[in-house]
Design a protein around this ligand. Sequence first.
Ligand SMILES: CC(C)(COP(=O)([O-])OP(=O)([O-])OC[C@H]1O[C@@H](n2cnc3c(N)ncnc32)[C@H](O)[C@@H]1OP(=O)([O-])[O-])[C@@H](O)C(=O)NCCC(=O)NCCSC(=O)C[C@@](C)(O)CC(=O)[O-]
Length: 302
Amino acid sequence: MEKKVKIVEIGPRDGFQSVKTFIPTETKLKIIDGLVEAGYKKIQMGSFVSPKAIPQMRDSAVIAETVLERYKGVEFFALVPNLYGSKAAAKAGLKEITPVISLSESHNMANVKRTREQSLEEIKKIREELPDMKITQDIATVFGCPFEGEMSVEALIELVGNIRELGIHSFTLCDTVGMAYPTLVERVFCAMKKNFPEDKFHVHIHDTRNMGILNSYIALQNGADSIQAAVGGLGGCPFAPGATGNTSSEDLVYMLEQCGYETGINFAKLLKTAKYVKAKIDGNFSGHQINIPEKPCVITQE
Ligand SMILES: CC(C)(COP(=O)([O-])OP(=O)([O-])OC[C@H]1O[C@@H](n2cnc3c(N)ncnc32)[C@H](O)[C@@H]1OP(=O)([O-])[O-])[C@@H](O)C(=O)NCCC(=O)NCCSC(=O)C[C@@](C)(O)CC(=O)[O-]
């Protein structure tokens, strides 16, 4: 029997955000077209952040408005750092946002120039001022911080507990600079499922040490509700030294389909989009199959 798995595409946000040269809005939209065509039902289309911090994301309102108009059956969502960005996302028509906070104080300061306490205050305001907005909370540096090193699972339990008190019950656990390893991923997901059995936990792994696919798979085996990945394996947080690409969507889909999971994604179409991304964007790609000249012969679906 086939097992279903939900894969969420984050390339148009995490993939594009660290690309220095501005990617024309039309190219971004063409890539999203390709992802929808490949079968994606949930896509992070951008972020509503300061254009001084991340100039690449300055066209997120136009992207959101266009894709919401173009594709009715797809869930689009955006990353936000604060209330200002959340209101901008709502104005553009989005129904879901992912505020970001880091488990480590230093990365939170580097990323959003706020202490974690200030970020928690901001999340509280977002929850109160946008009561109808669906919120999934991104937590960065869960599996390690470029400034502070290893993070503790107890600290994560405390932070998740604090965010739950604000009425948020869906979390994405992020490995910002690829410090996760299988037994740690297992420990973290088991702890979350044990302490917060009613809540949703998603996984987001960077591929810095070539363990993105493996760690995503381990998270899935230990109850992750969805897996995030970026087309081509493009990506990285510009405020995390050493951050490299995300787990590659096409490599992940290939592995899961071969293992008998139903992803709902057409691999051949996804790979075509990934190759288009690589041809158009000068960035940091961690994907492997984008470099194989011919279509791999194992998966035969069109
Ligand atoms: C948080 C701030 C805004 C603080 O930056 P700040 O300079 O402290 O902001 P501020 O509140 O003092 O405001 C300064 C100016 O920015 C404006 N402003 C304020 N907020 C916004 C907004 N949302 N959108 C647009 N404009 C905004 C605000 O209106 C003001 O405009 P001015 O009066 O000077 O004309 C800034 O540091 C920022 O935008 N940071 C974004 C950081 C970011 O995008 N990081 C990458 C994403 S996180 C990530 O990649 C990790 C993740 C999620 O993938 C998981 C993982 O792998 O770990």
